[in-house]
Design a protein around this ligand. Sequence first.
Ligand SMILES: *Cc1c(COP(=O)(O)O)cnc(C)c1O
Length: 391
Amino acid sequence: MATIYGELKPSPRILLGPGPSNVSPRVLKAMATPMLGYLDPEFIKIMDETADMLRAVFGTTNTLTFPVSGTGMSGMEAALCNIIEPGDEIIVCIKGYFGGRIADIAGRIGGKPTVVEAEWGKIIPPEKVEDALKKVKAKVVAIVHAETSTGILQPLDEISKIVHNHGALFLVDCVTSLGGQPVDLDRRCIDISYSGTQKCLGGPPGLAPISFSEAAVKAIKNRKTKVQSFYFDMNLLERYWGGEQRAYHHTLSMTMVYALREALRIVLEEGLEARYARHQCNADALKAGLTAMGMKLVAQEGYRAPMLTTVAIPDGVADANIRKALLNEYGIEIGGGLGVFAGKAWRIGLMGESSTQSNVLLLLSVLEKLLSREGYKVEPGIGVSAVVRIK
Ligand SMILES: *Cc1c(COP(=O)(O)O)cnc(C)c1O
């Protein structure tokens, strides 16, 4: 006998982890919009509008800009499998967990990754990229903009210049930064970039916006071998997402396209500058509060990402107890440490809809209570008052 389980009733959550972030009711409502056929002229128009708004958020006029199906990782796969052919040299900058994945995938495709490393919690110094480019004739240099495992926001301008001086293509993972900090593909001469919908764009997980510059498109057209992935082959996908004669490639999730379209409308209505300022302001407040409570931020000062804060778990405090209590007693999710930071740091996300002053104040006051319960000494109200005192 089949069991019929109960109706879906997830508890309300305040999502302050590394993603997903909270989703606006407007986006949820858009997801209840009825299906259209994948070649229905009305759906094609919705796809075009979505791609167009994506260009505005990416800061690009790149024709080859649209979301691929799947989460942020599908963007990573799609970017690498189109640009890398077996035997191609790629320099991968690794300063955390996600840089490591780029190197892994590049190798699986048959590329030859050369790794440039920085300690977890630090940026990649541009000189290191230059040194690597002097040794290796790389086709691509890849780097993560906002490294979600460490809370570092990597400066890109100088590295971009170095990469292009050596005639390589510049690939940037913008999964966590897009919609929360300027990505500015055209101004920064970024050739290949991908993102995800569930971080600062304020959508549910399920699509990966991606964009290729003219130089990157040329490199794809000049490939000697077919793209190994049918699903992510840009040559095929571009005939569905653009051109006069739209051709079926795979069935898009209309629901996800509706969601992304609505999320992008919200981003552009708020205004990019205002949105970046909001992310920065709430992150500054959180950091001020945590510091006032005597906690240590682990990402290099001056390069701390506004959408993700890493903070050291105080000595003697049990990681799991705090995160469990946050979730079970207050419905608040924060992230545990990843990789080198596992058990050592928490990852607090303030992304998209989740980036609000009230969430900051709530988290600081609840943390104070839970940390005191664990025996950590903190002056009552000091975190919250540090925030309230900010102009
Ligand atoms: C979240 C994330 C990814 C992976 O995205 P998924 O949506 O989990 O597949 C890749 N890179 C970075 C920097 C991320 O933060």
